[in-house]
Design a protein around this ligand. Structure first.
Ligand SMILES: Cc1cc2nc3c(=O)[nH]c(=O)nc-3n(C[C@H](O)[C@H](O)[C@H](O)COP(=O)(O)OP(=O)(O)OC[C@H]3O[C@@H](n4cnc5c(N)ncnc54)[C@H](O)[C@@H]3O)c2cc1C
Length: 416
């Protein structure tokens, strides 16, 4: 039996795999992209029904194709999936869907890798793991083990009708938790939202979206979070035309904010006494972006309208003045818990020494410590933007260059 051979095998055809294929194609590097489901499956079926991109269509896209919606609109999840499908078509990319990679192993004593897939074996000189930053839903060990309220991860949340009647506790107030809590409250639910430390940039300020501000201020390109900020999540939203996530406003709309969830015991849940500090931290981040934006406008003499409203802070709602520290779930009528507590990654299919501390890839800007293996789409792979649509395209370009550099070394032959 002959085994199919290629130079580079890209695993995953989400936005990372699609970007990778574009850059490999431009360099003329033979490659195959294999995807176990469909192109951009996570955008198609792995998100809640009403999800909109967090950035406007002019920003959350690749450079070589525009969305077919107004540039300032926020694409729906299906429009995002359609966009990446159209991208694959436009560049005639060699994507094979419905093919899962089960194992990648170095060829003993030889160049390259043996890749076992659900559709047979492929040999490749280079492997790009583009399987996503948001792969495996994480629920922390404090989750109650008894069966009283229904518990799901935000990855499994679709819409309010899916939940049993009653109040909902949403744990985690990053972009997912804040948006899901808002949607549930608008549908008439009683909602508790457990808020940890977070950044919450303004949606827009002085006639510019925050994506623009983060861009001109160089904040998308920050290479790493400061050490004491590693636990921080960012809370932004493209829902309802795009709005700043304002926890005071959510509370005035009827959501009960609580601090970080501490423990579940005997039908009750306890919270850290950190709500005020967490909300104030978010406010500081918000005001910090406004200050930086003002300074930028001044320095560059830009003619952008003043926006004093942006600095007006709503009054403290009752749940912030007197934070709830313990809640009896039955008494509060909580029938569901949604864990909006993030994701981890699974690279168990790579049978080489690529993982380090906490099972995270050992890499430098996506170039693995194992020659020939590359990662793409990791959180903070090279910068803040790395796991987002616009950022992954630039990281893919770098990885394609690195593969090309190695190919040139491999092609070298000493003169006779
Ligand atoms: C709720 C949510 C909202 C988001 N909103 C935005 C936003 O508005 N703007 C933005 O820029 N970013 C957003 N992101 C972040 C990021 O853009 C998305 O998570 C995006 O899907 C990541 O793309 P990716 O290609 O890196 O990974 P994925 O989309 O996860 O694609 C990886 C692909 O690999 C496939 N795969 C995995 N393992 C294998 C295997 N062994 N063999 C074959 N195929 C495999 C999967 O089926 C999948 O299709 C959001 C993330 C989440 C969770």
């Amino acid at each position: 039996m002959t085994i199919e051979k290629t130079d580079t095998l890209v695993v995953g055809a989400g936005q990372a795999g699609v970007a990778m294929s574009e850059h490999l194609g431009k360099l003329g590097i033979p490659h195959i992209v294999v995807e176990r489901d469909r192109i951009a499956e996570r955008w198609r079926t792995g998100r809640w029904d009403s999800l909109r991109a967090n950035g406007p269509a002019w920003h959350d896209r690749f450079p070589n194709l525009e969305f077919e919606i107004a540039p300032d609109d926020f694409a729906t999840k299906d429009q995002c999936a359609d966009y990446f499908e159209a991208y694959v078509k436009k560049f005639d990319m060699p994507v094979r869907t419905g093919v899962e990679v089960n194992k990648v192993e170095r060829k003993a004593g030889q160049e390259g890798f043996i890749v076992e897939t659900s559709a047979g074996t492929i040999e490749a000189k280079h492997i790009v793991a583009a399987t996503g930053a948001f792969q495996t839903p994480v629920i922390p060990p404090i989750a109650p083990v008894d069966d009283s309220p229904l518990q799901i991860h935000s990855a499994a949340y679709r819409n309010p009708d899916q939940l049993p009647e009653g109040a909902v506790m949403v744990i985690g107030a990053g972009s997912s938790g804040a948006q899901i809590a808002d949607e549930l409250r608008r549908s008439g639910r009683e909602v508790y939202l457990s808020v940890g430390a977070h950044d919450r940039p303004p949606r827009a300020y002085r006639d510019r979206d925050y994506c623009w501000w983060l861009g001109v201020l160089g904040l998308w390109d920050v290479p790493a979070l400061e050490p004491d900020k590693e636990h921080l999540t960012i809370s932004v939203s493209g829902a309802y035309g795009g709005k700043t996530v304002d926890f005071r406003a959510l509370a005035h709309d009827g959501i009960t904010l609580v601090g970080m969830t501490k423990a579940f015991k005997n039908g009750s849940v306890t919270f850290e006494d950190d709500l005020v500090g967490n909300v104030e931290y978010g406010d500081k981040n918000y005001l910090g972006v406004l200050d930086q934006a003002d300074a930028y406008i001044l320095k560059h003499g830009l003619d952008l309208p003043e926006d004093p409203e942006a600095r007006v802070q709503l009054s403290d709602p009752e749940c912030l003045s007197n934070p709830v520290l313990e809640l009896d779930l039955k008494e509060a009528g909580v029938s569901s818990i949604i864990w909006a507590t993030g994701y981890s990654q699974d690279f168990s299919w790579i049978k080489e020494d690529v993982l380090g501390e906490n099972n995270k890839p050992k890499h430098s800007r996506g170039v693995s410590s194992e020659p020939g293996i590359y990662f793409l789409g990791l959180p903070w792979q090279s910068r803040r933007g790395s796991s987002f649509i616009w950022g992954v395209w630039h990281d893919a370009k770098y990885i394609a260059d690195q593969i090309e550099i190695q190919r040139n070394y491999q092609a070298y032959r000493a003169p006779e």
